[in-house]
Design a binder for this molecule. Sequence first.
Ligand code: NAP
Length: 484
Amino acid sequence: MASRVIPVEPFDLVIFGGTGDLARRKILPGLFRRFLSGQMTADSRIIGAARGALDADGYREMVRAGIQEFGGAEAQDEAGLGSFLERLDYVSVDATVEEGWSSLAGLMRDGVVRAFYFSVAPALFGPLAERLHQHGIANAQSRLVVEKPFGRDFESARALNRMLAEHFHEDQIYRIDHYLGKETVQNLMAVRFGNVLFEPLWNNHYIDHIQITVAETVGVEGRGSYYDKSGAMRDMVQNHLMQLLCLIAMEPPSRFEAEAVRDEKLKVIRALQPVPAHHVVRGQYDSDGERPSYREEAGSPRTFTESFIAIRAEIANWRWTGVPFYLRTGKKLRARHSEIAVVFKDLGHSIFEGDEKRHRNILSIRLQPNEGIDLTVTIKEPGPGGMRLIDRPLDMTFADALGEEAREIPDAYERLIMDVIRGNQTLFMRGDEVEAAWTWTDPIIAGWEKRNDVPKLYDPGSAGPDDALMLLHRDGRRWREIRG
Ligand code: NAP
């Protein structure tokens, strides 16, 4: 695998919020692994930036500790870690204050890719973009990476887009949705567009419905006060689940290339139908006597924020009319389990006497755990006793099918940061896509706010509130099991 790693151009990457949780847990350990693999060359540099009064050595020690905690087995490579840390520098700047910026300007080199990662609260995006421009730190070739949340509704997302557009062109802006960096998600496109088998069946003639589930076992824990302002709809559906839906539902782009892919995703979002109130189920986890309830964890005894949501969505176009897309995500559920399941229609008629069961082919794309893909097919139960049919998966768990190579699959953040340096925006959200996504979710949120909708309580460790089961039962369908 290492021989297939193509080094990226030398770069200076400034991480604003370089001392924060995301930088310590994901961004820096990811860069370290890319450095070990040979993709980040020795003449590249990473500059942490935050208000804290650290010097470069103090920052390196902080990053060392972060990598040792979150960097996995590779963190044992002392020599590699030492060499990586030499590529690090630090500047103390406050996004909202004038001083300190000339020292950052003095650190930047010409002739290398300049990238700026805004791993800070969105309120700082505007001031940072402004200062980078004012001090001549960013140039027309620079790239800008921004984290979620990208707005909390259409208006705020548009305001952010406009603010960034004052100093950066759209082709310089990389809006992260780390789900798009997951290997299985990219594999979804390979399976769909790289095989003759699926595309002819990928429509309302053959597909009964699609389920997208992102289930977590953790609650909001320390993030309660932040999460309570967003809820599952804003935190998960508007971005991650909608991105997955787009990749499943989009028309084949002419090329696997940024604008072509993003144009097709945008068309899907624009074709999403308004969602009636009875097609949305919101839930909130209760206490089980031992573990605290959502309200206790959020520190808000009367909050109506949802920690679970299920939606029945419809796409109004030739391919998908009549095929419901059931989306579901929540915290403190039975298992950590993320899956896209494409459930095909059953055969109208069985030639096998006594076979009354409805057999269905199901293509399941597992994001976690056990990343992989399986296709449920109907086969004969082995042995005597006549033609008895059973459904079994043709399983391609990546760890089994790919062996060593699966162990080297890069984490989503690693992959995406390298795409930024390569200047490849395919797996990033374009500004109009994000705005269109809010245009679909805003009225759903406004609807429940107007109704003073109270989320249904559910037991921790369950599959969510019973009403979510009813959402499918009403259609004569059932959710796939949430299992770890
Ligand atoms: P965090 O732990 O609170 O870190 C915030 C960082 O910003 C710190 O380095 C902080 O350092 C710096 N900072 C704060 N105010 C600043 C200012 N005025 N000027 C310059 N730097 C400033 O936050 P985080 O969890 O890393 O999250 C960062 C961003 O990523 C947020 O937008 C968050 O929504 C998003 N995100 C985080 C996660 C995650 O897992 N943590 C996941 C997805 C998205 P000083 O206080 O020293 O300035």
